[in-house]
Design a protein around this ligand. Structure first.
Ligand SMILES: Nc1ncnc2c1ncn2[C@@H]1O[C@H](COP(=O)(O)OP(=O)(O)OP(=O)(O)O)[C@@H](O)[C@H]1O
Ligand SMILES: [Mg+2]
Length: 290
């Protein structure tokens, strides 16, 4: 809607997990490097967990793309892994890897999968199973992953598994010590700093074909204060703020616009110089005296 108005080729603050818009903050870079390392060194299992909306799904897609571009890897991504039973999850995994054959009994499925892994290994291929939303995996499904990770030669794991999930994933793994002890690399994602928030916004605006970011410095401060470094919330606030600025016929997003956007999202804003009680008194006075 506002694309032409701001001379943009595409939406800069869409919330879809498009790897092209991914800004590499130090923590994101580290999480990617750890998972790449675990997979290329065939360490078996690596885990990236973190706060809601901090980039886990986007990294999982980026890794998938990256591994698919390299011929020796055979990477698949499961985005909704919470299957009702182990067999269903195992069948889904076999399907993703295009194993072709299937079976009813778990043992037969496991045998099929093992034969596939050995065959891939002989051909120098490296199967990589990436699972997003791994915090939804119930204990029996985690147990199945442990079994799959057991397929190994004397020196290497035949299957590489990368799990992405919200912080709850850590708790789930705490309750499965025999799987947890196999995690060779841990990556953690949390909120962005003020500097990274700004750098991410500038980066995304440029990828979208825009020039310099049309946000006044005070507006940027407000975005950071309200989104508290959560990338998804940051993007949603900025998308709304650009639209409002366009509708008002202005060219630069000012702080009042960001305040309004945030109020629409979350109710009235308390400014730092106003205590909650102070704000209530002010509103009371306004009601009394018009
Ligand atoms: N480093 C980043 N650079 C640019 N955009 C980012 C970054 N991290 C997250 N985002 C954006 O934030 C939004 C949420 O990202 P994503 O869906 O990957 O988060 P998530 O951690 O998987 O969230 P959830 O916990 O809800 O599954 C997306 O629009 C994504 O593009
Ligand atoms: Mg996600």
């Amino acid at each position: 809607m506002y694309l032409e108005y701001f001379n943009l080729a595409e939406k800069p603050f869409s919330t879809s997990p498009d790897p092209r818009f991914f800004y590499l903050s130090a923590q994101h870079r580290e999480a990617i490097a750890k998972t790449e390392y675990a997979v290329t060194e065939r360490l078996g299992l690596s885990v990236v967990y973190g706060d809601v909306g901090t980039g886990k799904t986007t990294i999982s897609r980026r890794l998938l793309q990256q591994f698919r571009d390299e011929h020796k890897f055979n990477a698949v991504l499961l985005t909704h892994p919470a299957y009702p039973s182990e067999n269903q999850l195992l069948r889904a995994i076999c399907q993703e890897f295009r194993i072709g054959k299937s079976a009813k009994a778990k043992l037969d499925l496991l045998n099929l999968f093992q034969a596939y892994l050995i065959n891939e290994w002989r051909q120098g291929h490296r199967p990589v199973l990436i699972i997003d939303e791994a915090q939804t995996l119930k204990p029996p499904l985690l147990e199945l992953l442990r079994q799959l990770l057991n397929f190994e030669t004397n020196t290497e794991k035949l299957l590489q598994v990368v799990l992405f999930g919200q912080n709850e994933l850590r708790d789930r793994l705490d309750r499965k010590p025999n799987l947890k002890s196999r995690v060779a690399m841990w990556g953690a994602l949390t909120t962005l700093t003020r500097e990274d928030t700004e750098a991410m916004l500038r980066f995304r605006y440029q990828v979208a074909g825009g020039g310099s970011l049309p946000l006044a410095p005070a507006a940027l401060e407000r975005v950071y204060r309200y989104a508290r470094g959560v990338p998804r919330t940051t993007c949603i606030i900025c998308d709304n703020a650009l639209l409002k600025t366009f509708l008002a016929g202005a060219k630069v997003v000012v702080e009042a616009v960001v305040d309004t956007v945030y109020e629409e999202m979350s109710g009235p804003v308390v400014q730092p110089h106003e205590t909650k009680i102070g704000l209530l008194r002010k509103q009371e006075q306004e009601v009394l005296h018009g």
